[in-house]
Design a protein around this ligand. Structure first.
Ligand code: NAP
Ligand code: GLV
Length: 310
């Protein structure tokens, strides 16, 4: 039985092949491009597979996403139908996202960009901000990552809101559901964090009409997927003062092209899709465990719903 591994960077593929070979001694783990008999491949472990890569494997039992999102798998227009997709989640991924969201929410809350500008001018400028309970922050998406981020923000004392499709109770968080709850959720959100999956319903959701529903001068943090954001709408909202600052970890095109205006704006912080990269050692153990469980039971806790898109 073969496990085929593909990531866009060859050296990363080799690293994962080595790790998974040690953890799955009953399987032959090989780079996807080195598969000699496609009929023997039962699992494909992938990040951003190329169109048609997976259709070659007629006996594929499951596709494993090296990451929480499965949009990069569903983007393959020739994806074999009805093959289960297993995503990779876990405590490390959640912890990293908690840290990233706390860091950037606090940074906007305490107006650090303005404080740093004052330092550059040797200006002893005290910036007084409201205490966290008087600051409303909102998290879009209340899944593994969004619920954990919202819980962390509530723990820091923020007046925290969360929004999801079906609604979910998160301790200390005021929650809203569905398209009908979106307006009420956004109104008053001074700092907005996006942790939605990328689906047909959420693509382009961070657009002008959404920005206009936020209070003037709100900050936006996108740590989900680049195509959630309409880049030009953000630039216009920043120019108009509707949005004060943005932190962006993910982009419509990655790596972010050198000429993209986001790089040079003082009101945008760019991070290179690092909010919560899966720790490779932990990730390999989680993936091996999911494959072993799936092999025995035909299921595992991390099965995604391809129909739904997450
Ligand atoms: P998840 O557990 O699948 O949760 C998704 C959440 O989004 C659920 O609460 C879901 O609501 C909600 N949702 C989906 N479609 C919606 C819609 N149309 N309207 C309102 N709510 C909707 O996802 P996760 O593990 O938390 O991960 C979220 C995303 O973060 C991933 O898909 C990935 O794109 C991104 N991510 C980024 C990084 C990074 O480093 N930047 C790292 C990991 C993941 P229901 O449950 O009610 O359907
Ligand atoms: C990273 O972006 C992931 O989906 O885990």
């Amino acid at each position: 039985m073969t496990v085929a591994v593909y990531l866009p960077l060859e050296e990363k593929t080799h690293w994962w092949v080595e790790q998974l070979s040690a953890l799955l001694p009953d399987h032959e783990v090989v780079p996807l491009d080195a598969v000699s008999d496609p009929g023997t491949v039962r699992y494909a472990v992938v990040w951003r597979p190329r169109t048609g890569d997976l259709a070659r494997f007629a006996a594929l039992k499951a596709i494993v996403s090296i990451g929480a999102g499965i949009d990069h798998v569903l983007a393959d227009g020739a994806l074999p139908a009805c093959v289960p997709i297993i995503r990779t989640t876990g405590r490390d991924l959640t912890q990293r996202m908690r840290e990233y969201v706390a860091l950037h929410v606090l940074r906007h809350h305490r107006d650090m960009p303005r404080q740093l500008r004052a330092q550059a001018e040797r200006d002893w400028h005290a910036i007084v901000v409201p205490v966290a309970p008087n600051r409303t922050v909102g998290v879009m998406g209340l899944g593994n990552l969004g619920a954990a981020a919202a819980e962390t923000l509530a723990g820091l004392g923020f007046a925290t809101r969360g929004w999801s499709r079906r609604g979910r109770d998160v301790p200390g968080v005021e929650t809203f559901a569905g398209a009908e709850g979106l307006g009420a959720f956004l109104s008053g959100c001074e700092i907005l964090v996006n942790l939605l999956p990328l689906t047909a319903d959420t693509r382009g959701i961070l657009d002008r009409s959404l920005f206009d529903k936020l209070p003037r001068g709100a900050c936006v943090i996108n740590c989900a997927r680049g195509p959630h954001l309409v880049d030009d709408d953000l630039l216009a909202a920043l120019d108009a003062g509707q949005i004060k600052q943005a932190t962006l970890d993910v982009f419509n095109e990655e790596p972010l092209p050198a000429k993209h205006p986001f790089w040079t704006r003082s009101d945008i912080t760019v991070t290179p899709h690092v909010a919560s990269q899966i720790d490779p050692g932990t990730g390999a153990r989680l993936i091996a465990k999911n494959i072993r469980t799936f092999e025995v039971t035909g299921a595992c806790d991390d099965l995604a719903d391809a129909e739904r898109g997450y």
